[in-house]
Design a protein around this ligand. Structure first.
Ligand code: 4AD
Ligand code: MG
Length: 477
């Protein structure tokens, strides 16, 4: 007796043997054919029931969503769509599912509807494929860094510093909100709080990762990060996962090389290992495209897009060059952009990033050397005194997927930059210590994991690539 997954059963050629399988009923057709799925593959296994051998009560309980266990012989299938099937000899209902109320009926559901049933949406083909890919990408990321001599570092979730200096943080406190202790000046007295100081959920593990890069050489973090920015877009979450490598003695050019090699490697991994799920999602996207007006359709299929990234060099373009291109492009001149580009120094919006990638260069783009005042304080100031060694990677359909930089390693320059935006030296004394004791150039970047999963699955809303999305006014499940 073999107890295997559906994926294993479908992959083998050995028929005429007895097997046992457990899973959830997708459909039950003609009182005879059960399509059973156990999550191990996008495919179902067909279980053929001879209705004369089972009592009516049992047959009635084989409903969509029910958990069942079947034993029977694996045989070659005569029907279309599968090469093997199970001739059921024994069948047990493990858990009934009420067909009147079960929300995941065998028909098309909108993603909005499925978001409200996120605890059951992985019982659909689309979401099970997306989440298998998410898992596979996560493995590929750890594998890449492990294969390349990086150490995995767990940076803290609760922090006393604001890494990005943007102030969009969630407070962590156990003070009684109805009876908050106040200082003489009438401010909240955080010295009475749990940690004796003001603390937040982290927006990035970078600053702590830098400390380990400056001793272990090559490190990365991969963990949840939190941002209280009130942006209700299809690309922002309040809780998202970020991958942040940090490397000592590496400059910005090395950082770009690392990011490009890394992105290509994880995409190659899924192209090799997750073919069936990708083919399913590729077809889903093509079907979705057919229902859209011509000008909104994708130029490439999903798999073409993934190959496009692995096969093409990422185009490296300075911010200044990009501004020139954008200032003179058609949508800017015809005022088609929501935010018009008129002068050097303005921040780029997603519409501009996507124009550069999708219309102008038609390949992934790495923009670098941004104006200092639109980027974080820790980025290394260039000799021109007005740009910093920042880099953003822009992907088709996504816009910014990676943000990174060469870090400011000069103590005095860093102090000045912190002072300019009122970050007290006492708050980041340990960060400044790195510049006092054995400072050296170093660089790193952050990849938004959900943006990568969006790109890899062709899903267009970030809420559909994380199990339980956290967005403004929404923390269900
Ligand atoms: O560009 P960001 O803010 O960079 C940092 O946090 C740096 N400390 C990273 C580093 O150099 N170690 O964020 C990095 C990436 C973005 O490019 C984007 O892909 C993703 O994180 N990201 C978000 N993803 C989902 N929801 C949000 N609200 C996001 N904010 C950033
Ligand atoms: Mg960024």
């Amino acid at each position: 007796m073999l107890n295997k997954t559906v994926s294993e059963l479908l992959a083998q050629d050995l028929t005429e043997q007895e097997v046992e399988i457990k899973g959830w009923v997708r459909t039950f057709r003609a009182n005879r054919f059960i399509a059973l799925n156990d999550g191990s593959t996008i495919k179902n296994i067909q279980c053929v029931v001879d209705f004369e051998s089972f009592d009516e009560e049992t047959l009635k309980r084989i409903t969509t969503g029910a958990a069942i266990s079947v034993k029977g012989d694996l045989t070659e299938s005569e029907g279309k769509g599968q090469h093997v099937e199970i001739q059921v000899k024994e069948l047990e209902i493990l858990g009934d599912s009420d067909p009147e109320t079960y929300p995941i009926q065998p028909k098309k559901h909108s993603f909005e509807f499925l978001r409200e049933h996120a605890h059951l949406r992985t019982r659909t083909n689309t979401f099970s494929a997306v989440m298998r890919l998410r898992s596979s990408l996560s493995f590929a990321i750890h594998k890449y860094f492990n294969d390349n001599g990086f150490y995995y570092m767990h940076t803290p979730i609760i922090t006393g510093s604001d890494a990005e200096g943007a102030g969009e943080m969630f407070k962590v406190s156990n003070l009684d909100p109805k009876n908050t202790p106040l200082t003489e000046e009438g401010e909240v007295d955080y010295s009475k709080d749990f940690f004796g100081k003001e603390t937040n959920l982290t927006v990035s593990g970078q600053l702590e990762a830098e400390t380990y890069a400056m001793s272990l050489g090559k490190v990365y973090t991969f963990g949840p990060t939190f941002r209280a920015e009130n942006s209700n877009t299809s690309r922002h979450l309040a809780e998202f996962w970020m991958i942040e490598p940090e490397v000592a003695f590496m400059d910005l050019a090395g950082n770009m090389d690392l990011a490009e090699d890394f992105m290509k490697s994880v995409i190659k991994h899924i192209l090799t290992n997750n073919r069936e799920d990708l083919e399913f999602l590729d077809k889903r996207l093509q079907d979705e495209d057919k229902r859209k007006p011509q000008n909104e359709r994708n130029d490439m299929t999903l798999i073409e897009k993934l190959n496009f990234v692995t096969d093409n060099h990422f185009k490296r373009v300075s911010y200044t060059e990009a501004i020139d291109i954008l200032r003179n492009c058609k949508p800017n001149k015809k005022k088609k952009f929501k935010y018009l580009i008129d002068q050097w120094g303005t921040d780029l919006q997603s519409e501009h990033e996507r124009y550069l990638v999708e219309k102008h260069f038609k390949c992934p783009v790495i923009l670098f050397d941004y104006p200092a005042n639109i980027k974080a304080f820790y980025m290394r100031l260039n000799d021109d005194g007005k740009t910093v060694r920042a880099m953003d990677i822009l992907f088709p359909g996504i816009g910014e997927i990676v943000g990174g930089a060469q870090r400011e390693e000069r103590l005095e320059v860093l102090k000045q930059k912190m002072a300019a935006i009122n970050i007290p030296e006492e708050e980041l004394w340990w960060y400044l210590d790195l510049r006092k004791y054995g400072t050296a150039i170093h660089s790193g970047f952050g990849l938004g994991f959900e943006r990568l999963v969006m790109f890899a699955t062709g899903m267009s809303n970030i809420r559909d690539v994380i199990p339980y999305p956290r967005t403004p006014l929404n923390a269900e499940f």
